[in-house]
Design a protein around this ligand. Structure first.
Ligand SMILES: *[C@@H]1O[C@H](CO)[C@@H](O)[C@H](O)[C@H]1NC(C)=O
Ligand SMILES: *[C@@H]1O[C@H](CO)[C@@H](O)[C@H](O)[C@H]1NC(C)=O
Ligand SMILES: *[C@@H]1O[C@H](CO)[C@@H](O)[C@H](O)[C@H]1NC(C)=O
Ligand SMILES: *[C@@H]1O[C@H](CO)[C@@H](O)[C@H](O)[C@H]1NC(C)=O
Length: 593
């Protein structure tokens, strides 16, 4: 690259160009400004940025490029949004006019990290009024009170809905359900509409005002749900599972949505994430994202959105168009998310679909959330209409059925052009792992779930079947492509937590049901596999491997400076490694260079 000569030729041309009459020049500026503004408003243009030209260097090969051979270099050169050169410090020092920024001695540079499966707005919601870790019901009530007192817009509006979540009555003395009266006892909270979701999301604890706004409760048991009564007062207090649908809840205000979004994005950037695959936006959330884009909001992170498909609504794959790179290039929605089954953790209630009954609930094999026929019908339609299809599947039977549907839909087509994904691919039979590899379906997996679930998984699944759970190495060996995510806010958003879980398969204090070498240690990933799983693999899983995911000339300058070398240090030290800088499109969006 000869940056200096191209700059001088540009100025030569400008000098030789005859100067247009002033009025024409003004008119031209006017028109182009309108075109630019329009393009920006439509969200399809990349706004012109002032020139940005610098190098990031180390004195040893501290830049992990994650290219095809996992090469390491000393320096990266960035011009505007792009990487224009990589190489040794000696080479880079010969380039005229490039400002060199050295990273600290122990630091490294890696490509911008990517989470292949998270939920931005839900994460923001979980941080709005977090109730995790409270020791008593009064503690919890006190947090709600503090929240109101510190938010004037809520304090001054007695009808403003107060939403929080994360409480767990089983960690309180006596383990009794909380009540509406507990909320009413506080003079700041009294009379206000309050809805507080439990940590496992199966229960909502509400205030008296919410009960007044909701239809009267006619029975304490409904199909798939229970209403827990406050025995003393004789009023409902907690709504379990399907009973939650009985409650009135005011729609989110724009301000609430913006605040959730901003919180999630800022936290993601602080963790070194430059891209997030949002695993399932309902229509309201999708509208919100699009509105952000249309309003010209400078979305600071790359968002790869999956539109949730609700099987009770009709097919929309040919009335809604996929879009790529709107809003300063950072918002894409070209995939659909379909749910096949539930979750492992919830066990006996909304369970996952297994071939054989649960070891600890022998009366059930779980159930599908939809009729398998629906998969066979809709998957080919979505693929035909240009959508990537990402199906949530946890249980071995659900994964098998989804693979059947993919297999039928993919016959004779180019799978690289379609890149279907299994979201979670948690429990799989050996045969289905082989099939996954053969079909070229991507397994989008969450290593942190493995170290959360390892303590009870064998009881639930039995000693043989559990070997197919979170079997990351086996998935890779079967030829399957994987991509890593966290499922935040269900797990920690910090990608280094996932990295640690993938390479160790031990808890944060270094233990596992199989000892300190890890739970099924043969299923651990190597560090480079884990790093690829958070960089180039998510890029492939989102059709962007030619632009993102590695530090190579011509790609976008998305990278992270980490305080320590996570590829070398003790695994436990990975967990407290700090992000020094996060850079998107060549601009620092968190920390400093
Ligand atoms: C909890 O708060 C209520 C109402 O403020 C109060 O009457 C009660 O004594 C408190 N309980 C404890 C254990 O502090
Ligand atoms: C699914 O769509 C139907 C009809 O549009 C709607 O009434 C229902 O609330 C939706 N369900 C979910 C879970 O989004
Ligand atoms: C959309 O696809 C469905 C299913 O193939 C089809 O029935 C419908 O006619 C299509 N609609 C349009 C507008 O093409
Ligand atoms: C399959 O699709 C990919 C991506 O669109 C393309 O690069 C490749 O050439 C295609 N392969 C064949 C055999 O058409």
């Amino acid at each position: 690259m000869t940056e200096s000569s191209s700059t001088s030729s540009a100025s030569d041309t400008r000098e030789k160009t005859p100067i247009a009459p002033r009025s024409t020049a003004v008119a031209m500026v006017g028109v182009s400004a309108i075109v630019l503004a329009l393009a920006f408003y439509m969200g399809w243009g990349t706004p012109a940025l002032p020139s940005n030209y610098y190098a990031v260097c180390s004195h040893h090969q501290a830049v992990y490029t994650v290219d095809a051979t996992n090469s390491r270099v000393e320096c990266l050169v960035i011009r505007d949004s792009y990487i224009v050169q990589t190489g040794s410090l000696a080479e880079i020092q010969t380039i005229p006019n490039v400002a060199i920024r050295f990273i600290p001695t122990d630091a490294i540079v890696v490509p911008g990290l990517s989470d292949s499966h998270g939920h931005l707005l839900e994460y923001g919601a979980s941080k709005q009024l977090p109730l995790e870790g409270t020791n008593t019901v009064n503690d919890t009530v006190a947090r709600v009170r503090e929240y109101i007192l510190s938010n004037p817009s809520i304090l001054n509006n007695p009808e403003a809905f107060i939403r929080g979540g994360g409480w767990d009555h089983t960690s309180w003395p006596g383990e009794a359900w909380p009540t509406a009266a507990d909320l009413e006892a506080d003079d700041i909270i009294r009379g206000r509409p309050v809805i507080l979701q439990s940590k496992d999301c199966h229960a909502k604890w509400v205030s008296r005002r919410v009960l007044e706004l909701s239809p009267p409760v006619e029975s304490t048991t409904i199909d798939g749900g229970v209403v827990v009564m406050d025995e003393q007062m004789g009023v409902p207090s907690v709504f379990l599972d399907k009973a939650q649908d009985l409650l009135y809840e005011a729609p989110l205000t724009e301000a609430e949505q913006v605040s959730r979004f901003t919180r999630a994005v800022n936290d993601a950037l602080a963790y070194g994430l430059t891209s997030v695959h949002d695993a399932g936006l309902d229509p309201e959330s999708m509208e919100f994202f699009i509105r952000q884009a249309e309003n010209g909001v400078d979305i600071p992170i790359r968002i790869y959105a999956m539109r949730a498909f609700n099987t009770t609504s009709s097919y929309w794959g040919n009335s809604t168009r996929p879009f790529v790179g709107v809003a300063n290039g950072r918002l894409t929605a070209r995939s659909v998310k379909i749910f096949a089954d539930g979750a492992l953790r919830t066990g006996g209630s909304a369970v996952i679909q297994l071939h054989e009954p649960y070891a600890d609930h022998p009366h059930t094999r779980g159930f599908m959330l939809l009729d398998p026929e629906v998969l066979f019908e809709f998957i080919p339609w979505f693929l035909r209409d240009g959508w990537q299809v990402n199906v949530h599947a946890i249980g071995d039977r659900a994964n098998g059925i989804v693979l059947d549907a993919f297999e039928a839909a993919l016959e004779g087509v180019n799978v690289t052009a379609l890149r279907p994904r299994l979201e979670h691919a948690q429990l799989m039979t050996r045969e289905d792992m082989e099939r996954l590899g053969k079909l070229g379906v991507i397994a989008s997996v969450q290593p942190t779930h493995a170290i959360s679930d390892m303590w009870y998984a064998e009881d639930r699944l039995g000693p043989e079947r559990v070997k197919g759970l979170y079997a990351f190495r086996s998935l890779l060996s079967s030829g399957a492509k994987i991509t890593l995510g966290s499922d935040f806010p269900v797990e920690d958003m910090n990608p280094l937590t996932g990295f640690y879980a993938a390479i160790t398969r031990v808890s944060f204090d270094g233990n596992s049901p199989h000892g300190p070498d890890g739970w099924f240690p043969e299923e651990r990933l190597t560090r480079i596999e884990a790093l690829r799983g958070m960089t180039i693999d998510p890029a492939y899983a989102s059709f962007t491997e030619t632009q993102l995911g590695s530090l190579e000339v011509g790609k976008f300058a998305d990278f992270v400076v980490l305080e320590r070398d996570i590829m070398e240090i003790e695994a436990r030290d990975v967990l407290n490694t700090r992000v020094l800088a996060t850079v998107v499109d060549g601009r620092v969006v968190y920390g400093a260079l």
